[in-house]
Design a protein around this ligand. Structure first.
Ligand SMILES: Cc1ncc(COP(=O)(O)O)c(C=O)c1O
Length: 413
C-alpha cells in the first residue's frame, strides 16, 4: 500500500486546524508503531481512504439509484450501482444492499425486514460470544425481541449444536441467528439451515467477522444457506467502516425498505464508494492470498500461545481470530490486556467458555495487511507470553514492538 492520503490530508488540516491535525498524525503514529491485534480492525488501503475523504461526502442521497429524494444524484448513483454489482459478484448473492452505516445497522435492518416486535429469536448467548445486537438488554434487540441464547460446550468451546436444535424445537423462534464476535471456528451453516427449516424459522447469518475471509475463499460462505447475511465491511474485508446485507431476490425489496426508509435516512455516498473500492480489491488474487495468510498467521499465533502455556479456546482457529485464557500464566484477562497495551500490543478482553474469567481476543487481519507472516507471529506469541509472565519488562517489549512495526509500516511513505 502506498500512503499518500493520510499525510496530505494532515497538511491541509495542519494549516487550518493544527490541533486536529496533530490528532490525525498522532493516531497514524500510534497505529504504525504498535501492533493492532484487535480481531475487528484492519488497515484499509489508500484508495479506500481517498474515496472516504472525497467530495462524495458532501452528497445527500436518500433512496436508491434511480429513485432518490435528492437532486444531483446521477454520479453517486453510478458509485452505488458499482458497489452493489461488485458485492453481488464477490459473494455470489442475488441481491446486495450496501447502505447500512454499520454492522449493527445491518442487523437492525435484517430484523426489521423479517420480524415484528415481540418475536422470538434464537442466537448465540452474549456470554458465549454473541454480539450486542443478538439480544443484549442494553440494545434494541434485547428490548424489542424475545431472545433465547444457545451456548458453547464448556470444555471444547465449540458451539453446542444439539442445544441449538433442542432450543429451536422448544421455542419455535421466528429467526435463528448464527454469527459471533469471538468464535474462532467455521460455522456449520448447513446445520443451522436444516434446523431453521425444521422449525419454520428464518436464518440470519451475522458474518461481520468472517466475511472478508469468505471474499478471499478462506472461509465457507453463508450466502447459499442464510435468508439474510449481515456483514461489516471494515474487518478482514479491509474496507471502510460500514455494513452490508446480502439476500435472495425474494427478500430484496423488504431488505431495501428495512434499510431505507425504515431504519436509516440518507446513504453515505463516500462510504459506499469506498465499499466499492474495497470490493474491487477483495476480488483480486492478491486478496485471496492475503485472506489465506491471515488464517495461516492466526494458526501460528494460536500454536505459539498454546506452547507458551495459554489455553487456546477450541484448541486453535480456522479464522483470523483466536481467544485465549492467560490464567495459567498467573494473570487475568483485564490485567493481561493492560500489560500488553503498555507494551504496544493492542487487543481486547472477551468471554471464555468456562467460568466467569475474562480472556483475550486476538486477530491477525491488520498485522497481515502490514506484511507480517508466520515467523513474525511466532515472535509475537513469545513476546506476548514473556510480558504476561513478567519476564520481559514492558519498556523493553515496547521497544521490540516498535522495531517490529517499523519493519512493516502499514502506509509506507
Ligand atoms: C458479529 C458482529 N455483529 C455486528 C457487529 C457490529 O458492527 P458495528 O460495530 O459496525 O456496528 C460486530 C462488530 O464487531 C460483530 O462482531
Amino acid at each position: 500500500m502506498s500512503v499518500t492520503h493520510a499525510p496530505e490530508t494532515a497538511d491541509v488540516l495542519r494549516r487550518q486546524d493544527p490541533e486536529l491535525a496533530e490528532i490525525l498524525l498522532g493516531e497514524l503514529a500510534r497505529q504504525s508503531t504498535s501492533l493492532q491485534l484487535s480481531a475487528a480492525e484492519n488497515f484499509s488501503s489508500s484508495a479506500v481512504l481517498a474515496a472516504l475523504g472525497s467530495p462524495l461526502a458532501n452528497k445527500y442521497a436518500e433512496g436508491y439509484p434511480g429513485a432518490r429524494h435528492h437532486g444531483g444524484c446521477e454520479i453517486v448513483d453510478v458509485a452505488e450501482r458499482i458497489a452493489v454489482d461488485r458485492a453481488k459478484a464477490l459473494f455470489g448473492a442475488e441481491h446486495a444492499n450496501v447502505q447500512s452505516h454499520s454492522g449493527s445497522s445491518a442487523v437492525l435492518a435484517a430484523y426489521a425486514a423479517l420480524l415484528r416486535p415481540g418475536d422470538t429469536v434464537l442466537a448465540l448467548g452474549l456470554p458465549y460470544g454473541g454480539h450486542l445486537t443478538h439480544g443484549s438488554p442494553a440494545n434494541f434487540s434485547g428490548r424489542w425481541f424475545d431472545f433465547v441464547g444457545y451456548g458453547v460446550d464448556a470444555e471444547t468451546g465449540l458451539i453446542d449444536y444439539e442445544q441449538v436444535r433442542t432450543l429451536a424445537r422448544n421455542h419455535r423462534p421466528k429467526a435463528i441467528v448464527c454469527g459471533s464476535i469471538a468464535y474462532p471456528r467455521h460455522l456449520d451453516h448447513a446445520f443451522f439451515r436444516e434446523v431453521a427449516d425444521e422449525v419454520g424459522a428464518y436464518l440470519i447469518a451475522d458474518a461481520a467477522h468472517p466475511i472478508g475471509l469468505v471474499a478471499g475463499g478462506a472461509a465457507p460462505s453463508p450466502v447459499p444457506y442464510a435468508d439474510i447475511v449481515c456483514a461489516t465491511t471494515h474487518k478482514v474485508l479491509r474496507g471502510p467502516r460500514g455494513g452490508m446485507i446480502l439476500c435472495g431476490e425474494e427478500l430484496a425489496e423488504r431488505v431495501d425498505r428495512a434499510v431505507f426508509p425504515f431504519t436509516q435516512g440518507g446513504a453515505q455516498m463516500h462510504t459506499i464508494a469506498a465499499k466499492a473500492v474495497a470490493f474491487g480489491e477483495a476480488a483480486t488474487p492478491a486478496f485471496a492470498a492475503y485472506a489465506h495468510q491471515v488464517v495461516a498467521n492466526a494458526r501460528v499465533l494460536a500454536a505459539g500461545l498454546a506452547a507458551e502455556g495459554l489455553v487456546v479456546t477450541t484448541g486453535g482457529t480456522d479464522t483470523h481470530l483466536l481467544t485465549v485464557d492467560p490464567g495459567p500464566l498467573g494473570v487475568d484477562g483485564r490485567t493481561a490486556r493492560g500489560r500488553l497495551a503498555a507494551a504496544g500490543m493492542v487487543l481486547e478482553c472477551c468471554a471464555l467458555p468456562h467460568g466467569d474469567a475474562r480472556g483475550l481476543r486476538l486477530g491477525t487481519a491488520a498485522v497481515t495487511t502490514q506484511g507480517m507472516g508466520e515467523e513474525e507471529m511466532a515472535g509475537v506469541a513469545a513476546l506476548l507470553a514473556g510480558v504476561l509472565r513478567g519476564e520481559t519488562d514492558s519498556q523493553k517489549a515496547r521497544e521490540e514492538v516498535r522495531e517490529l512495526a517499523g519493519r512493516f509500516p502499514p502506509y509506507p511513505g
